[in-house]
Design a binder for this molecule. Structure first.
Ligand code: CAA
Length: 258
């Protein structure tokens, strides 16, 4: 598939997808979401890739779904095409770690896409928001659900009902982003974090990601049991033996992803 709306790069074991529709602040049109899904599937299948960074430009991660493209669609159009579900959610199904590196606007579907990733590193100029209410609609790619789980009801209601934007510091304080870095360092920091993860045992990393994600979908007791079973199962891997032996022998581990 040729890409018109994204740029795909690899940095050693890190795959990078850059949203690239500069004239519309990376608004998420149908074609862009299809391309992003295709690139993610390829990174998923590529054994050389251990983690992925999803980013945009210094002005915008993404300013939301493409309003001009969707504005005239009917209820039947969006229902029958299964709008959002059909092409947007590959990031939330991706099994390898995926980091959102957000600079500038992450609004509406842009904020929702960032939240589908495993964690968000943002630049000091980042602005998050769910402004759909101003358009006579509501968030449709998980905003009312994920934002509420990440920042709590009061702030999620504030963001979704007033449509106001939240800056980087507020986003970090609220737990939406893991860390803020200077704009010029954003990409390097995100790639560095992804490279750190990519060096680890791939199966263990995937289990760890599954276990954290379970916390959002289950009771505490069931989540702890799920974690315990995965923890036990890491003892069946060669990488657990290697990691613990390397510690005991005061050397760096050499993981084989087995
Ligand atoms: N869809 C389509 N085009 C968009 C867009 C979007 N979401 N956001 C920005 N653009 C376009 C603008 O129309 C403009 O194009 P032209 O130059 O052809 O007029 C260009 O990008 C630059 O935008 P602005 O001139 O508006 O730039 P600004 O700096 O003055 O404002 C902004 C920036 C505050 C982000 C403003 O563009 C804006 O409010 N954008 C819309 C944000 C929004 O409402 N997002 C939610 C979309 S709905 C959604 O995402 C649903 C869902 O949950 C899935």
């Amino acid at each position: 598939m040729a890409y018109n709306n994204i740029i795909v790069e690899t940095h050693d074991a890190v795959g990078l997808i850059r949203l690239n529709r500069p004239n519309s602040l990376n608004a998420l049109c149908q074609e862009l979401t299809e391309e992003m899904g295709d690139a993610l599937k390829k990174f998923e299948q590529d054994d050389a890739i251990g983690a992925v960074v999803l980013t945009g430009s210094s002005k915008a991660f993404a300013a939301g779904a493409d309003i001009k493209e969707m504005k005239d669609r009917s209820y039947m159009d969006v229902y029958q095409a299964d709008f959002i579900t059909a092409t947007w959610e590959e990031a939330s199904r991706f099994r390898k770690p995926i980091i959102a590196a957000v600079a500038g606007f992450a609004l509406g579907g842009g904020c929702e896409l960032a939240m589908m990733c495993d964690f968000i590193i943002c630049a000091d100029n980042a602005k998050f928001g769910q402004p759909e209410i101003n358009l006579g609609t509501i968030p449709g790619a998980g905003g009312t659900q994920r934002l509420t789980r990440f920042v709590g009801k009061s702030k999620a209601m504030d963001m979704c009902l007033t449509g106001r934007m939240m800056g980087a510091e507020e986003a970090e304080r609220a737990g939406l982003v893991s860390r803020i870095v200077p704009l010029d360092d954003l990409e390097d920091e995100a790639i560095k974090a992804a490279a750190t993860i990519a060096k680890l045992s791939r199966p263990t990393v995937m289990m760890c990601k599954e276990s954290v994600n379970k916390a959002y979908e289950t009771t505490l007791r069931e989540g702890i049991m799920f974690e315990r079973r995965l923890f036990h199962s890491t003892f069946a891997t060669e990488d657990q033996k290697e990691g613990m032996n390397a510690f005991a022998e005061k050397r760096s581990p050499s993981f084989k992803n087995k």
